[in-house]
Design a protein around this ligand. Sequence first.
Ligand code: LLP
Length: 485
Amino acid sequence: MAVSAAAPNPLAPPWLHVPADANALAPGLWSRTVSREGGTLTVGGVAASELAERFGTPLYVIDEDDARSRAVEVRRAFDDAFAEVGTAAKVYYAGKAFLSVEVARWMDAAGLFIDVCSGGELAVALAAGVDPERLGFHGNNKSLAEIERAVEVGIGAIVIDSLQEIDRVAEAAARHGVRQSVRLRVNSGVHAHTHAFLATAHEDQKFGIGLEAAVDAVARIRSHDSLAFKGLHCHIGSQIFGADGFAESAARLLTLHRQLLEGGDVPELNLGGGFGIAYTSADDPAPIDQLARRIAETVAAGCEELDLPLPVVAFEPGRSIIGTAGLTLYTVGTTKDVPVAFQDDGESALRRYVSVDGGMSDNARPALYEADYSARIANRVSSVPPALVRVAGKHCESGDIVVDAEYLPGDVAPGDLLAVPATGAYCFALSSNYNYLGRPPVVAVRGGDARVIVRGETIDDLLARDAAYDPAAARPTASKERNQA
Ligand code: LLP
């Protein structure tokens, strides 16, 4: 027997509760300037419906005030926490979360350093006019050309990730007659995932080198006159809600840091990024100033116990700065009620599939990591009781899910605009052209204005890369701009 879609729906995951108001914007999920005005969701003073009309959907929208203010707040949180214990912090924005020329400038203006992890990201940061001294370069397999370029432009620090790379960077620096600052990425054996962390002797992953091999690696770095060793680096994971994993990792690193002091200076310690944000009402990340204080206290206590001078402590947050600043707008195309069995005796309930005009090409995270998201109807409010929905994309793949489970007003219908919050990090960055969809534009909104900061791709952009494409031989399309038809 099919149960009607009356809430609560037994297909809903345990963490998802029927909201009292399925139009309400849950605190913590949305960027700071998001509100409902006259029923329409507005961001940066611009109505979602206006954004959709002007720029089309899907559309990445970045709340500029939110991104800039969070960048300053995250930097200050670490600056203040470490000043309190008597040292300085250095905060790098992890460009992999979202990088464009405009965003690199915002981060620079907010006083952050920038961490890049490819020649492409390096080029974007340089195109933004960021002082190369304020850049760090990551990657477990940097090409010789990437190393060459980084050294040539005078990059602030290269994070060495393997033994081979020590000699590669040393040679490039010698060729350019410079002394290149480097860090060594180590694998602390601490791996954190959202709520919990795991500490093992050895971690089975590709990044960094084991703690036991680090003393020899640093000796090798120090044997090169063209290299200046700055300190250790460790990144324990991403979307982490608490400070315990960072504290454990810092404690392990400080023991090694002390050993390394016997052979020379170790002015810095880099604890990486990974601070989590809320994607759904079930997520409750600790505020960044609390985390910063806990980590600063742990580092200070560790240094006192080991009788070490406090190093400068560096961090590389990405998601916690840009994640909540972004939202994605989609248009609903179709809806379907699908009966789904939830008990062995065949009892079933209806799951409403709401299909939108984007999907895994603009947000790969649900397909890649089973990441959960939330959604709201953006163009109107409704008093119809909520129904459990699954927001799906338009790709030819059943795993093409945008929001696995959410309660939306039961009259959600084709033509409605949906807003998905917290898509600022690792959505544009991981986007693809799967099924020949053009990547959506990125629009920054602020004080009632909206402007494109990265333009969307057209079908002409995509065809331009196809070496066999000959416009003279092609049948005409209805519109040159036609993108996702
Ligand atoms: N530093 C290093 C060395 C990293 O590898 C990362 C992220 C970060 C900093 C920034 O981490 P964040 O503060 O943004 O969490 N695509 C995945 C996340 C991959 C993170 C890779 N490294 C996702 O969408 O969840």
